[in-house]
Design a binder for this molecule. Structure first.
Ligand SMILES: [Zn+2]
Length: 232
């Protein structure tokens, strides 16, 4: 019986744990426990100038981009498992909380999604994740809105597979301020899914700072542990 039930459930519901492949609606319990958010300051080394000063824009990650969390992010980002937004929003919300100031409303600014990735993935994944995260924070009483303030100013290459220097060059001047409605009177936090070299969030912070909206912090689901750079 089990032989029949398992593949059928898989076919109908995609009912596999994204962390280990066991039967589960999105994540099995052990995998869920293993990625419990642990918000940690995650400065990339070297860190982008725009994050360092004048007031540091501190990056906080809910976890590391390894093991179960990495597999969940790959399934969400590359394999169309958008149902995992409902798992990852808890991670991102936990990474936003350390930036909250009592009584201050919050504007969450997602890094923009390129046209290429919107086409490949069929949606604005980080924007959707930001909106889901804002709803989660709102439920807990935080006045949080998503302001899609940034847009691409030009086309870029896919960051995956580029070394740190190429990533910086690829993103340099890549974003522009698209709108500022909704930012006034709110603390600004930039969000993204994964922080690797910090080039993407660094460019987002640079543009917002130039527009007079210096963010308080950066929040990401996961930080990628840095390997020694081999490409120059
Ligand atoms: Zn699992």
């Amino acid at each position: 019986m089990r032989d029949v039930v398992v593949p059928l459930a898989d076919l109908v519901l995609g009912a596999r744990c994204a962390g280990c492949g066991a039967m589960a609606l999105s994540l099995c319990r052990p995998c869920g426990i293993s990625i419990r958010p642990d918000p940690t300051v995650a400065w990339p080394d070297p860190s982008p100038d725009s994050l360092r000063g004048p007031a540091p824009v501190v990056p906080v990650a809910a976890g590391l981009n390894t093991d179960v969390l990495r597999r969940v992010l790959v399934a969400w980002k590359e394999e169309g498992a958008t149902r995992l937004t409902a798992v990852l929003d808890l991670q991102l919300a936990a990474a936003v909380v350390p930036h909250l100031r009592p009584g201050r409303p919050l504007a969450i600014v997602p890094v923009p999604t390129s046209r290429r990735s919107r086409r490949q993935r069929g949606s604005d994944l980080v924007g959707d994740l930001a909106r889901s995260t804002a709803r989660r924070l709102t439920v807990t009483g935080v006045d949080a809105v998503v302001v899609p303030a940034l847009a691409y100013a030009r086309s870029t290459r896919d960051q995956a597979g580029l070394g740190a220097a190429d990533r910086r060059a690829n993103l340099d001047g890549a974003f522009r301020l698209d709108r500022r409605d909704g930012l006034q009177g709110r603390d600004v936090v930039v969000v993204d899914d994964i922080l690797t070299t910090g080039s993407t969030v660094g460019e987002a912070v640079r543009v917002l700072t130039a527009a007079g909206q210096r963010p308080l912090g950066v929040s990401v689901v996961a930080a990628t542990p840095r390997l020694p750079e081999t490409r120059r």
